[in-house]
Design a protein around this ligand. Structure first.
Ligand SMILES: [Zn+2]
Length: 268
C-alpha cells in the first residue's frame, strides 16, 4: 500500500511486482528475519545469565511450539532433511549474516515468481534492482519519476493497459495511429508516429550516441536505469507523452469520451 501510493502506479501492478521494483522484502520475510535475530540473541551467551538461555531451554521439558517452528525454519534455510538432528543451541550468532542472506534469497525468489504478470518489470525483461533503484534518487521530479516507474512496470497509459480494464481482446488493443499496431511500450517508444516530436527530442540523441539499432530490446535498455543520462532522457520522453495523452483525453467532452469508448469497443 505504501509503495503503491509512493510510486503512484495503478492497481494492476501486484504487491510482489512493487516489492521487486523497490527491492523490499515481504512482510513474512521481514518477520522471519526479526524472529531469527531474536532467537539467536536469546540463545547466545549472555554475561548476566551464564551460558545464555541455552541451559534453560535444554532443561525445559515443555515442547514449545515456538522452538519447533524456529527449528523447522532453520532446517529449511540450512537445507537439512527432516531426519537430521538439529540443536538450536549449536547455532552460533556468527552464522546470523549467512542465515539472513539465505532468507533474503528465498524471499526474493518467492517474490519474483509471484511478480510474473503483464504489469511487472519482468514483462519487459528489466532486471530487478539489487537495492532501491538509482532513478529514485537521480530523478528529482515526482511526475517524471512516476512516468518512468509506470513504463518500467509496463503500466504506462496505452491501449494495451486500458484494454485490460475494459476487457478488450488483446488483438484489438490497437493504437490510434494504425488499426493493426498494438499500442505496446515498444510501439510508443520506437514506432508510433504520434510521438515523433518527443522521440526526436529525447530518444533519438540516445540512439545516435550509442549507435543503437531500432529494435524492441532497446526499450529494456532505456528503462533499466543503468545510466543517469539515458534514464533522464527516457523519463523526459515518457512524461511528455503522458502529458500530451492526458491533454488529448481531457479535451474531449464526457459525452465524446463515452462515444469514443463505445465506438472503440464495438469496432474491435
Ligand atoms: Zn501508434
Amino acid at each position: 500500500m505504501f509503495l503503491r501510493s509512493l510510486s503512484g502506479v495503478p492497481r494492476c501492478v501486484s504487491g510482489a511486482a512493487l516489492r521487486l521494483e523497490f527491492a523490499q522484502p515481504s512482510i513474512a520475510g521481514r518477520a522471519w528475519s526479526r524472529a531469527i535475530s531474536y532467537t539467536l540473541h536469546l540463545l547466545a551467551s549472555d554475561a548476566r545469565i551464564r551460558g545464555g538461555f541455552s541451559n534453560l531451554i535444554l532443561r525445559d521439558i515443555h515442547n514449545s511450539p515456538w522452538k519447533t517452528t524456529i527449528n523447522l525454519k532453520f532446517r529449511s534455510l540450512l537445507n537439512l532433511n527432516c531426519k537430521t538432528v538439529l540443536n538450536l543451541e549449536c547455532i552460533s550468532p556468527v552464522a546470523l549474516p549467512l542465515i539472513k542472506k539465505k532468507l533474503q534469497q528465498l524471499d526474493f525468489s518467492n517474490t519474483a515468481s509471484c511478480a510474473r504478470g503483464p504489469c511487472s518489470g519482468l514483462a519487459l525483461a528489466i532486471p530487478p534492482p539489487e537495492g532501491i533503484p538509482l532513478y529514485c534518487f537521480t530523478i528529482s521530479s515526482e511526475t517524471k519519476r512516476r512516468a518512468f516507474t509506470c513504463a518500467r512496470l509496463n503500466c504506462f497509459p496505452t491501449a494495451v493497459l486500458s484494454g485490460r480494464y475494459s476487457r478488450v481482446p488483446i488483438a484489438n488493443r490497437t493504437c490510434s495511429c494504425n488499426d493493426t499496431a498494438l499500442e505496446t511500450m515498444e510501439h510508443v517508444m520506437l514506432f508510433c508516429p504520434n510521438w515523433t516530436d518527443e522521440r526526436s527530442r529525447f530518444l533519438t540523441p540516445l540512439v545516435n550516441k550509442f549507435h543503437l539499432p531500432i529494435q524492441p530490446w532497446i526499450v529494456s535498455l532505456c528503462l533499466q536505469d543503468s545510466d543517469c543520462w539515458i534514464t533522464e532522457m527516457t523519463a523526459n520522453f515518457l512524461l511528455s507523452v503522458m502529458k500530451r495523452k492526458a491533454a488529448l483525453t481531457s479535451s474531449l467532452t464526457p459525452q465524446m469520451q463515452s462515444i469514443r469508448r463505445t465506438t472503440e469497443r464495438s469496432s474491435k
